[in-house]
Structures are given as C-alpha cells and as structure tokens.
Design a protein around this ligand. Structure first.
Ligand SMILES: C[S@@+](CC[C@H](N)C(=O)[O-])C[C@H]1O[C@@H](n2cnc3c(N)ncnc32)[C@H](O)[C@@H]1O
Ligand code: SF4
Length: 449
C-alpha cells in the first residue's frame, strides 16, 4: 500500500460506531417513544449501561468529546442528582428488574466525581438493577487528577477496568494540546490501579497531533508497551474546529499533513504488532492474553459508541446528557444541553431528544457493516438469508466496490467481501458502500485515516 491511495482516498467517512450513524437521528424518537421501547424489552435481555459525565477541570485543546469546564463541584453534584433520578425513571419504565453485565462511565471525565458519589450511584444502580457479580465496570480516567486514595475509592465502588487518556508523552506536543501529563505520572497511576485490583487497563494514544512525528510515535509505542496495557486504542486526531471551537487554539501549520499522518499510523501499527499486540479492526490493539484478542479469533467482536467491544448485550441504556443508547427497536440519544436534560427528568419525562427506529433493511445493513468493521469480512449470502433478504438487492452496492477492488483494498468472491490486510486503514470506506444514508451527504466526518 502506498501514499497514492492515501491521497486518492483522503475522504471523510463515518466511524460506524452505529448504523444508521448519529447525524441521521431525528426528534421523532422522543421520551414517549423511548418509554414504549423500554416497556417492550424482553426481560431476559442482558443490559449494558452507559453513563456520561460531561465535566472536566480544564479544556484539552484537541478534545472532541462533549464536556464542560467547571471550577466548582456544585454543578457536578446537581448533575449527579439528575442522573440518579434518571436511573429511577428508566427503571420504572422497564417491565421488570433487569441484569446489567457491563457498566461504562465516559465523558468528559467521570473521575470528576467524588469518591462518596461513586458509592451513591453504585448503590442506586444495585437498588434498581441486578448488577452481575462478574459485571465489567469500566471508567474513563484522567490520570492528571488521580491519587492513590481516589483509585482505592474506585476499587471500593467495584470498578475493574480503567481507560486512561494519554495522547502523547512528548512535552512539546503536550504543550501544544494544553495537556501536561508526564510519562511518570501515567506510569504511577497504572501502578496504583493494579495495586488496587483494577487490572484491566486500556490506554488511549493519538497520532496526527500538532508537532507529532514518526520518531515520537515510535518512542510513544515503546514506552506504552513497557506498561503492558491490556488494550490500546490508537486514535487519529480529528480536527473539527467548526464543531469544537477550542480546537482553533491548535494551529493548522503545526499539524501533520495527510501523508505524515499515514506514516505515523502505519509505523504505530507495525510497532505494536512487532511488540506482540493483536490488531483489532483498524485502530484498536489487544494484548494476546486479553479477551478482545480472543474475540478477534472467534468472530465475537462488536462495535458500539465506545469503539470495539467484547460486549454482546443487545441493549445498552444511555444515561446522562447527550448519552446514546440502543435497543432492539433503534437508537436513542438524550438531550445535550444540561438544562433541557435535567428539566425533562424533573418533569418526570425521559430526557430522550432524538434517535432512529430501525427498519428491516437498516438491521441487515447494520449487521453487514458491523461484520466488515469487526471481522474484516462479510458473507453477504448468509447475512441476507438470516434477514430473509435477497443478495441480488446488493448488486448496486457491489458495483460501488469496484474501484476499491482494483486498488487492492478488498476482494469479492462468491458474495464474500473481505478487506485485505493492506486495506485495513480503509475499512470505513468499504463499510460506507453499504450505508444508504451516507449517500445523502448529511453530516461532516473526520478523515478516514
Ligand atoms: C473522554 S476522553 C478520556 C478520559 C479523560 N477525559 C481523559 O482525557 O483522560 C476520551 C478519549 O477520546 C480521544 N479523543 C478526544 N478528542 C479526540 C479527537 N479530537 N480526535 C481523536 N480522539 C480524541 C482521546 O484519546 C481521549 O483520551
Ligand atoms: S480529553 Fe478528557 S480531560 Fe481533556 S477535555 Fe477532553 S474529556 Fe476532558
């Protein structure tokens, strides 16, 4: 694979953490629809729960997440009260008591919550759900604010996985992104996590940041592997200053161009593989002992709003402002503005603002796209058979794959579409061929690589 393809396919495509993707959600899915969907949920369905905490101490200039900077704890506390009330509203709408197998805290920085508040929310969850004994309880953690006592409080709350935001260890890069986090700080926090039995460690690394170059990327990978995280995510910096105005603080001239980004990405991938990590999809890596590496082997990998996951639950309930969830009937996203979110809850209404119901065709295309994104291959005939559809209906989509086949990105044989190893970085392009909404041009996305 060469730089020509990167220039040729420097396209903006969705990340396919859902299908249809979020820009196609509409306000026809409101609190009443969500309530109805919850009431219809099969009581045997194991649930995943996602909680969004949209607060941070300080803004990192690269940040693309939905968060607000707060200097006092009062707004966090008020938000938490609304979140606890939302748990009651949702649990009341369910037909019975459900088992939760995965709990994920994202943000923002969930570690803005005080230790005693972790206890309050966990107690509320155990009151309203059966939290499975072996449930995964994962928290996105900002190492800059962690102390050993705080880590012990997370352990007491039952947390057993932490995702650590790292980005880069290079001081010049850290300065340019307004996030000073020395390597030794990250190393110390990981030591505390392991000491307190939070043994599942994910690390989030980035390429394409201002001043990053291949030498730094190589060092970053080596230093990271020395810490032996169970999983590593390698995100390309998504520069979307039209959506995140603080990103304007990052100067365009300090950013690597498309070819440099490509070199950084391919170097990182090669180095991670050389050091023994298993590539998952296109931007995740798992230690060979991790169950995600196993899921790659067995074809049990899935994709949701947190990226690649081993979570197989058919329903994820999203709590908190802007949180997205999914049910067998479709996707639901909560109100984004904190005020509208809490107002809905205190009026006794589920704070769903938008979403999308899934048609039979959406469900089939979602499975095809997930197969491509997770397994790098899809058996079109088998998927169509499963959904009672005819593979002939995909002739137009297959024709759109022609240029990608010519460029060695994918192979099509007897209805099996397989992304080549070299084609992995372009996996989103292959998936987008099956996205009927993408053709409509709604939404503006980050670069494919
Ligand atoms: C919610 S943060 C992680 C938790 C915590 N707030 C922290 O920063 O340590 C989620 C992760 O998303 C990734 N991320 C944020 N903004 C991004 C952007 N513009 N492009 C690509 N990845 C981004 C970063 O890797 C970041 O660590
Ligand atoms: S990267 Fe993390 S800590 Fe920084 S602003 Fe975004 S959510 Fe907050």
């Amino acid at each position: 694979m060469n730089n020509n393809l990167i220039n040729k396919y420097d396209l903006s495509v969705p990340r396919y953490t859902s299908y249809p993707t979020a820009p196609h959600f509409h306000d026809g899915v409101n609190g009443d629809v969500y309530k109805q969907w919850l009431a219809e949920l099969d009581p045997k369905t194991p649930l995943s729960l996602y909680f969004h905490i949209p607060f941070c101490d300080e803004m990192c200039w690269f940040c693309g997440c939905y968060t607000k900077i707060v200097k006092r704890y009062d707004p966090v506390k008020e938000y938490l009260d609304a979140l606890l009330a939302e748990v009651d509203l949702v649990a009341d709408a369910l037909p019975t008591r459900f088992t939760a197998k995965h709990l994920h805290w994202g943000g923002g920085s969930p570690t803005m919550l005080k230790g005693e508040d972790w206890m309050a929310i966990m107690n509320k969850l155990r009151e309203r759900f059966d939290v499975a004994d072996d449930a995964e309880i994962a928290v996105e953690l900002d190492p800059r604010t962690a102390t050993e006592d705080y880590v012990a409080e997370l352990e007491a709350a039952g947390v057993n996985r932490a995702s650590i935001g790292v980005q880069s260890y290079e001081p010049k890069v850290q300065e340019a992104i307004h996030r000073i986090q020395p390597y030794d700080m990250t190393k110390e926090v990981i030591g505390w996590l392991r000491k307190h039995s939070i043994n599942h460690i994910n690390m989030d690394l980035m390429y394409g940041l201002p001043h990053q170059d291949t030498t730094e990327i190589e060092t970053m990978i080596d230093l990271t592997v020395d810490l032996q995280p169970n999983r590593i995510a390698l995100f390309g910096y998504a520069h979307v200053p039209w959506m995140q105005s603080h990103q304007k603080m990052i100067k365009d001239e300090d950013l690597p161009g498309a070819e440099e980004r490509w070199e950084q990405f391919t170097l990182a991938v090669e180095r991670l593989k050389e050091r023994g990590y298993v590539q998952v999809g296109f931007d995740h890596f798992a230690h060979p002992d991790d169950n995600m590496a196993n899921a790659v082997e067995t074809g049990d990998l899935h994709r949701n709003f947190q990226g690649y996951t081993t979570d197989t639950a058919p329903a994820m309930l999203g709590f908190g402002a802007s949180a997205i969830g999914y049910l067998p009937q479709g996707y639901v996203q909560n109100e984004r503005p904190l005020k509208s979110y809490s107002q809905a809850i205190y009026s006794g209404v589920l704070p769903a603002a938008k979403g999308i119901g899934l048609s039979a065709e959406d469900k089939l295309r979602r499975d095809i796209i997930e197969d491509i994104m997770c397994n790098l291959t899809v058996d079109l005939h088998a998927r169509c058979h499963e959904h009672g559809a005819n593979a002939k209906d995909f002739d137009e989509d297959l024709a759109k794959l022609e240029p990608l086949i010519r460029d060695g990105i994918c192979i099509v044989e007897d209805g099996n579409i397989t992304v080549s190893d070299d084609g992995r970085p372009f996996i989103r392009l292959v998936a987008s061929v099956f996205d009927t909404y993408f053709a409509s041009g709604v939404g503006r996305h980050s670069k494919a690589v």
